[in-house]
Design a protein around this ligand. Structure first.
Ligand SMILES: NC(=O)c1ccc[n+]([C@@H]2O[C@H](COP(=O)([O-])OP(=O)(O)OC[C@H]3O[C@@H](n4cnc5c(N)ncnc54)[C@H](O)[C@@H]3O)[C@@H](O)[C@H]2O)c1
Length: 355
């Protein structure tokens, strides 16, 4: 049966990649991307969307009226956001709150009216900073690793699972996402919406408009490509902090499954990330970038932490793997090669965003 799918933030990195792939694998589906093009570089995705048959609506999720022009929708993928963890910390919080929380409420109300299912792109940043910093770790030559014995619940050497504490501050960005999660659960319980929440770790791949506060893997690759300076911020300035990274095509396989199996996953919250297998520290990332680009760039050590920094985050995918069989397949080197080839092939159009 054909479906009409709305992707909010549909011109962004995640939204555009999901939309284009959905349209290519399910040609009869109507895929609509709604975006206000706030993110620098999202405008570069408009041509890709058009060429692949995804319909673009220039709209703002903060405005309920912008939903009025849309047709009946079967599934909403809420992938719009001010996605920077520093948003609202170094400037006024209005935009991040109104988009990430107010906008999600508008999506929920629109979903109610249409009886649409809702898949929400949440974040690992819902977990509080101070608790994450309590995780026991070991230090190696190139990285911090999560220790196998831990005093707090919801963490093991496989990463952080959904039982991790939610007590504490987490950044304005993380808080807006957690507030949205809470409302999504209420709309499911009391209004009967079908919903899935994915708490994603670092997502990356070609077409991510990487910058220092969001899209660090692409930023790292781009700085090597154009031979520009980088810095290791925080934790002594040695680049040992660790994240798991998930390629957008791996995320796509999961979202495709969730769209088509929402009845069996309704109401669930999942941690979703690359997991231990694709975890990488900054200095390990540097080594991959050096090997792939052939460039070695100056990297300044800045020992002091910045607000909202965390030492280590690795998603424990056990719950989502048990529920769906899904697991990431694309490794760190493959991810970086994908990004490198994309930058090389599109360098003239990308340099005003990435350089
Ligand atoms: N990329 C990651 O590492 C990551 C990790 C965890 C969660 N997420 C979540 O995944 C989703 C997609 O992130 P992304 O990486 O594609 O970010 P992105 O910035 O590339 O895309 C977000 C899109 O939303 C649009 N947007 C912003 N404000 C809007 C508004 N008021 N109305 C309409 N559109 C608006 C932007 O223009 C942009 O195109 C976000 O919800 C983000 O919080 C991303």
């Amino acid at each position: 049966m054909s479906k009409t799918i709305l992707i909010t933030g549909g011109a962004g990195f995640v939204g555009s990649c999901l939309g284009i792939r959905l349209k290519s694998l399910y040609p009869p589906y109507k895929i609509i991307a709604l975006d206000n093009l706030k993110r620098r570089g999202s405008e570069l995705n408009l041509k890709r969307l058009r060429e692949s048959g995804v319909e673009f609506f220039h709209g703002d999720i903060r405005s309920p009226e912008d939903f009025n022009v849309l047709p009946k929708i079967d599934v909403i993928i809420e992938a719009s956001a001010e996605a920077s963890v520093l948003a609202g910390i170094d400037a006024a919080p209005d935009y991040v709150v109104n988009t990430n929380l107010g906008g999600t409420i508008n999506c929920l109300n629109f979903a109610l009216k249409n009886k649409s299912d809702l898949i929400f792109l949440s974040t690992s940043r819902v977990y509080p900073i101070e608790k994450i910093e309590e995780i026991e770790f070991e230090e190696t030559e190139t990285r911090f690793n999560i220790s196998s014995t831990q005093k707090i619940k919801g963490v093991s050497d496989q990463g952080i699972n959904e039982n991790f504490s939610l007590e504490g501050y987490r950044s304005i960005y993380g808080a807006t996402k957690l507030c949205s999660e809470l409302l999504i659960q209420e709309y499911r319980q009391f209004y009967g919406l079908k919903t899935i929440i994915n708490r994603c770790g670092v997502l990356t791949g070609a077409w991510q408009m990487g910058k220092a506060d969001q899209g660090i893997v692409v930023l790292w690759a781009a700085r090597h490509f154009w031979n520009q300076n980088l810095s290791y911020f925080g934790y002594g300035g040695r680049g040992k902090q660790v994240r798991d990274i998930l390629h957008i095509n791996d995320l796509y396989r999961l979202i495709d499954y969730q769209i088509h199996k929402i009845d069996s996953l309704n109401g669930q919250i999942f941690n979703v990330g690359g997991g231990l297998g694709t975890s990488v520290s900054l200095c390990e990332l540097t080594k991959y970038c050096q090997e792939i680009t052939g460039e070695k760039v100056p990297i300044e050590a800045v020992p002091e932490n910045r607000p909202a920094d965390i030492r280590i985050y690795v998603s424990d995918n056990s719950k989502i793997t048990k529920a769906t069989g899904w697991r990431p397949e694309i490794g760190v080197r493959e991810i970086l090669e994908d990004i490198y080839i994309w930058i090389k092939d599109h360098q003239s159009s990308l340099q005003y965003v990435l350089k």
